[in-house]
Write a protein that binds this ligand. Structure first.
Ligand code: ADP
Ligand code: XUL
Length: 515
């Protein structure tokens, strides 16, 4: 009865799912929301708000406290000694900076203290920049110039130099605090950091998450020496090894055996990024399925038969943890932008959803570019949305039209930005916190002119981890696991209702608002 565990350390929460691969059932699920459960970290949405210069950081101790809480809750729901393989994922691009003591500490985690208390003194950078950080424009330009331009960075790493990517973040740290950089012996991604802690060993970075650093060469999936040199001195020695997603990093650390009752020697498959893990958890790791994830960020991704780069320079090629590559486009103004419009009118989610019944598709020509923070797809440095329509709408007096316009603006922009992938599909699979909202799903169906489906299991990132663990440890194929765990809720398929022309004029307005 293999029970496998998948862990998902995302922007706003840390979640887990245990599946039984024999019976095809879910054994247990648990989730810890950072803002609600760990208010002492001053991160209501998972990051420290209001930092200057586009900096967005989170405290890695918060991620460890959440892991401790999560496992203790999971242990109350089921017998963790039955878990026989583990993997997981982390929010992409975020990085953790560690002094040389890390290598000793990781081998002898002490059950008498919390993980977070033990980690604090060995951090060479007290907080971690995460994917929402946009502070590194200058460093992106410097890296691009050093290697011969953005086209070269893109051909090598699958993306042009991007502010939130880990390489530019490392360069900024090196420039602003060279002493602390020199004291740094290891730099991990959120995924490889948590995998290291769980396995009590310095874990490799996988090619899925590693490609989000502007440091990995996607032609050979190795660190690229030119990009390393352009980023910061001695960087090669500070990075963990890179490895394919099909790698077992070791077995669970005694800390978790003693504290939560896991079985010693339980194998751990290396972690990946949340989006690559979701690709697996949506049953989309072979080319053919398109996924839209509506988490803190909105992302649009698919497994790719070959490597195609985005001519607009906003899209990315990442490693696919199941082999080959995937393409991805990320939108910063996702769930938090929808919440911002909702909160402007003191609506709850029910009132937000009802606004779509009160307004027609196309919104009578009321259009919004709903960017409450600098957007990356495309790059637009806005702190407030741009509106075009009636006077009442433009002055935020028409609540229902504003709600619809915000969501329509998001997905018109998403369609314009993802055409480069040339994915001809008649079904899009949606996942993430907002995917349960039928009104949002209907807007996606209408704008993309596709059927929209959801899966029976909601947490596709954690599920991807549990499936990868079962695949790596027991050799159960991802296809067989997908047939059981990635079934669509066919009776909840959403068909397009609006015709293809409904959004033509609004799309032209979005283009104009983008300037
Ligand atoms: P992440 O994995 O990035 O931490 P989630 O996938 O858990 O995020 O999604 C969290 C988001 O889901 C919240 O920020 C919230 O805006 C959104 N959400 C939750 N319920 C609804 C709903 N009924 N309608 C629309 N959005 C929702
Ligand atoms: C992807 C990205 C986000 C994070 C957080 O490039 O930046 O989707 O992975 O989910």
């Amino acid at each position: 009865m293999p029970h496998t565990l998948g862990i998902d350390s995302s922007t706003q929460s840390c979640s887990a799912i245990i599946i039984d691969t024999d019976s095809g059932t879910i054994v247990a699920e648990a989730s810890v929301n950072f803002g609600e459960r760990l208010p002492q970290y001053n991160a209501p949405s998972g990051f420290i708000p209001d930092a200057p210069d586009g900096e967005v950081h989170a405290d890695p101790c918060m991620w460890l406290d959440a892991l401790d809480l999560l496992l203790s809750e999971l242990g109350q729901k089921c017998d963790l000694s039955q878990v026989s393989a583990i993997s997981g994922a982390g929010q992409q691009h975020g990085s953790v900076y560690l002094k040389s003591d890390w290598f000793d500490w990781i081998k002898k985690l002490d059950t008498k203290q919390s993980l977070a208390d033990q980690l604090k003194p060995i951090l060479s950078r007290p907080t971690s920049p995460i994917w929402m950080d946009s502070s590194t424009g200058e460093e992106c330009r410097e890296i691009a110039t050093a290697v011969g331009g953005d086209e070269t960075v893109c051909a090598k790493s699958g993306s042009i130099a991007i502010e939130r990517f880990t390489g530019p973040q490392i360069r900024r740290f090196y420039k602003n605090d060279p002493d602390a950089y020199a004291e740094t012996a290891r730099i991990h991604l959120v995924s490889s950091f948590l995998c290291s802690v769980l396995s009590g060993a310095d874990a490799p970075i996988d090619t899925g998450d590693g490609a989000g650093m502007n440091l990995l060469n996607i032609q050979n999936w190795q660190w690229d020496s030119e990009l390393l040199n352009a980023t910061a001195p001695d960087l090669g020695s500070k990075l963990a090894a890179v490895a394919s997603g099909h790698t077992t990093t070791g077995t669970i650390a005694p800390y978790f055996v003693e504290k939560y009752g896991f079985t010693a020697q339980t194998p751990i498959t290396i972690f990946t990024g949340d989006n690559p893990s979701s690709l697996v958890g949506m049953g989309a790791s072979q080319p053919g399925k398109v996924v839209i994830s509506l988490g803190t960020s909105d992302t649009f991704f698919a497994a790719m038969p070959g490597v195609v780069a985005d001519p607009q320079g906003c899209g990315h090629v990442f490693g696919n943890p199941a082999g080959g590559s995937m393409s991805l486009q990320c939108f910063v103004n996702g769930s938090l932008a929808r919440e911002a419009v909702k909160d402007k009118f003191s609506y709850n989610w029910d009132a937000f959803t009802a606004a779509f019944d009160a307004t027609p598709a196309g919104n009578n020509g009321n259009v919004m570019l709903p960017f409450f923070m600098p957007e990356i797809s495309p790059r637009v440095n806005l702190g407030e949305p741009r509106l075009q329509g009636t006077d009442e709408f433009e002055s935020w007096q028409d609540a229902d039209a504003a709600v619809r316009a915000g969501v329509e603006g998001q997905f018109i922009n998403m369609k314009l930005r993802t055409d480069w992938m040339q994915l001809a599909t008649d079904v899009v699979y949606i996942t993430g916190g907002a995917s349960k909202n039928d009104a949002i799903a209907q807007v996606i169906a209408d704008i993309f002119q596709v059927k929209v489906q959801r899966l029976a299991v909601s947490g596709s990132v954690g599920l991807g981890g549990a499936m990868r663990a079962a695949n790596q440890t027991f050799g159960i194929s991802l296809e067989a696991l997908g047939d059981v765990f990635c079934r669509a809720y066919l009776d909840s398929t959403i068909e397009p209702k609006a015709d293809a022309q409904t959004y033509a004029a609004n799309a032209a307005i979005i283009d104009a608002l983008l300037g």
